[in-house]
Design a protein around this ligand. Structure first.
Ligand SMILES: Nc1ncnc2c1ncn2[C@@H]1O[C@H](COP(=O)(O)OP(=O)(O)OP(=O)(O)O)[C@@H](O)[C@H]1O
Length: 680
């Protein structure tokens, strides 16, 4: 009945991909060519052909994408019940399900997942033992150490080499850091803790195991992977382990949109799949359903990568040429953007249809001030994800303590939220509270300072109640009561955060399995805030400010790309390596392909040396090297600089890159290979 529905409106190439048989299929899909629609239709076709939903595994980069695709696929073939039976989710979520299912084979009594913030907390907790505390000299942050760990594990690079190449300021502490990282691995194993990288390493180990591997492989006939250009080495091994000869495998990706090199991803993985699987077919999607041809003309000349896709607009040749706007400085840039946004709004374009994209979250500081002054509501995404969800993680820490009073990392986290408890005090108290001693709560109170004691006593009271409660709702309520006063102490914007927390608490209390709730919320933290956060402080209509990373996969009618100056895009942090520079070029491509109708690219000639200070020194900046003569030839150039601004010297600006983290390993009957050799 439903063929028409799932195949409705597909173009010829999309249809070829959807109707392809069981041999391996690589879909090279340019920006805006309907990857999502194609993958969804392929799943729907499989279901329509009678494939049992549980034989299909769909791996995506966000939970939201998986949910949307499985629901739509099931609906398109009139089998809504199939949505819940399909295996769909992020690599980490599916890994968690499988690792939990095979916990006994892995020698794990329980599976407790550490999110990237917990990893930093655990490193913070144990760094003192490795001589990495004190105020006598500048020391690497726990965040930097977590980054070193994760990159070493994800790329198989020894930590010392990695430090020499990418974290030179950490090299004087190399011995202490490698010692700390070995200890980190040991502690995790001893406590049954798994970080995000462990989830993938354990999944790979299960596939490599001679008893479990064949059973896992036999579970699915069809494996579909979205955004394959963003998989790392371990994820490649998992996909190949699931479908060794490639039969039933479909991967979709775009080598020009690979932007997760810092997590060990590489566009090479997409390209090498074609070499590794001789039976593989390649379908190229080049018809773009998003943008006007003038926007695509710019995207096509800016496009890096091997696949050489040339996008053609389904909408025909008409459209406004992109503009490259040369402005004097960051303030000027902010005014230009605000003017353009308001002008478009006056002409009827909702703010929601407009976005400002930037390489790094700190680039919009001047613009945010300008928007506030001119009463333009906006919401900002990216770059501050973990800080934004810090309060969510505080509640999760309380939930974990309700289930497991020996969880030292969660104690540490909650203790650092108290008035008058610093990191050193939190380390000592976490050691006491996570012990087995009957009188540990009293001992902790005796150890705490006079100032800290009342707050700590209140927290411990509530947690004791939570630990002895049976019903999930009662556990959740006591945890909520424990955390609320801490939010007030710790966060200036606590009232907004406590509104978020109420949603989260309601949702947790409504379920029966708090353990599963915690695991879900830990594995997909950004979605937790997105799904449950109320946003009462926003107008109905607001402008989006986003890092390019967070804008991936999204689209707006009008896109303003700011700071297209060398040192910002490409980020000066990336200029030291060819690979880094290539990734910046792909980010530029991702940014320009988000625009449907209007694309404005701004290039200030002077940039502040510090993102937030009003008295910051300014340095001169060249236009981004990605604004090549070919790019400029397909754009209208607008110069709003004053003649006085010279622009021909090198940049010297210190701009952070927004970097994610995570880290990992462990062992037992199913052998997970040791990563310790990386930390020698
Ligand atoms: N066959 C089609 N006919 C009409 N519109 C389509 C078709 N396929 C996709 N689209 C539309 O094109 C737009 C882009 O699709 P989608 O978001 O799936 O692209 P994408 O390939 O994932 O893009 P990107 O890689 O840039 O994120 C969407 O608005 C989608 O509805």
């Amino acid at each position: 009945m439903s063929e028409m529905e799932w195949s409705d409106g597909l173009d010829d190439e999309q249809r070829r991909a959807v109707e392809h048989g069981a041999t391996p299929l690589v879909v090279a899909a340019g920006a805006g060519t309907g990857k999502t629609r194609t993958l969804t239709a392929r799943v729907a076709r499989l279901l329509d052909a009678g494939v049992p939903p549980e034989r299909v595994l769909l791996l995506t980069f966000t939970r939201r994408a998986a949910a949307a695709m499985t629901t739509r696929a099931a609906a398109a073939c009139a089998r809504p019940e199939a949505a819940g039976r399909l295996w769909g989710g992020t690599f980490h979520a599916v890994a968690h399900r499988l690792v939990a299912e095979h916990a006994p084979h892995l020698g794990l009594a329980d599976v407790t997942v550490l999110d990237p913030g917990d990893v930093t907390d655990l490193l913070d907790l144990i760094r003192e033992e490795h001589g990495l505390t004190g105020t006598g000299r500048r020391l690497p942050t726990s965040q930097s150490i977590a980054d070193i760990y994760s990159r070493a594990v994800n790329t198989g690079t020894p930590a010392r080499r990695l430090m020499a190449e990418q974290f030179p300021w950490c090299l004087p502490h190399a011995d202490a850091i490698t010692g700390l990282l070995r200890d980190y691995g040991t502690r995790k194993r001893a406590r049954g803790l798994l970080d995000f990288d462990d989830l993938l390493l354990y999944w790979r180990a299960l596939l490599d195991d001679e008893r479990v591997g064949p059973r896992l492989r036999a579970r699915w006939d069809w494996v579909l992977v979205d955004e394959y250009q963003d998989v790392n080495r371990v994820q490649v091994d998992i996909v190949r382990g699931l479908r060794p000869d490639g039969d039933g495998l479909t991967v979709v990706g775009d080598d020009a949109q690979a932007v997760y090199g810092f997590r060990g991803a590489s566009p090479e993985h997409l390209l090498s799949l074609l070499d590794d699987l001789p039976k593989a077919s390649l379908v190229r999607l080049e018809r773009n359903f998003r943008s006007t041809q003038p926007v695509l003309d710019l995207a096509n000349v800016a496009r890096p990568g091997e696949l050489r896709l040339r996008l053609v607009a389904d909408r025909g040749a008409a459209g406004e040429r992109p503009r490259v706007i040369r402005c004097r400085d960051a303030d000027d840039e902010a005014r230009q953007v605000a003017d353009a946004v308001l002008a478009a709004h006056q002409e009827g374009l909702d703010l929601r249809e407009q976005a400002v994209l930037m390489r790094t979250g700190t680039h919009s500081h001047q613009l945010e001030i300008e928007l506030k002054v001119r009463s333009i509501p906006f919401v900002k995404y990216g770059g501050i994800g973990y800080l934004e969800t810090a309060h969510v993680r505080d509640v999760l820490a309380a939930f974990r303590l309700a289930l497991n009073p020996a969880d030292e990392v969660s104690w540490y986290r909650l203790l650092t939220r108290h008035r008058a408890i610093g990191k050193a005090g939190a380390r000592t108290l976490a050691g006491i509270l996570s012990g087995t001693d009957e009188g540990r709560y009293d001992e902790a109170l005796r150890t705490a300072s006079d100032k800290a004691r009342p707050g700590l006593a209140a927290t411990l009271d509530q947690l004791r109640t939570a630990q002895s409660a049976d019903a999930t709702a009662a556990v959740v309520e006591a945890c909520h009561a424990a955390v609320l006063p801490l939010l007030r102490v710790h966060y200036a914007d606590w009232s907004r955060r406590s509104a978020d927390i109420e949603r989260l608490v309601e949702s947790a209390a409504g379920g029966s399995d708090l353990r599963a709730f915690i695991a879900d919320a830990t594995i997909d933290p950004a979605n937790v805030a997105g799904d449950w956060a109320k946003q009462p402080y926003l107008d109905e209509d607001y402008l989006t400010l986003s890092t390019i990373h967070s804008a991936k996969g999204l689209e707006w009618s009008a896109v303003h790309l700011i700071r297209a100056s060398d040192g910002a895009i490409p980020s000066d942090m990336a200029l030291t390596s060819d690979a880094g520079l290539a990734e910046e070029e792909r980010l530029f491509y991702v940014a320009v392909t988000r625009a449907r109708d209007t694309l404005h690219v701004y290039s200030p000639g002077r940039l502040p040396t510090h993102p937030t200070s009003f008295h910051a020194r300014h340095v001169l900046a060249k236009p981004s090297r990605f604004l090549t003569p070919e790019v400029l030839a397909v754009a209208d150039r607008v110069d709003v600089t004053r003649p006085a601004a010279p622009v021909d010297i090198d940049t010297d600006i210190g701009i952070d890159s927004d970097i994610d983290c995570a880290a990992s390993r462990s062992a037992t009957p199913v052998t997970v290979p040791s990563m310790d050799e990386l930390f020698g």
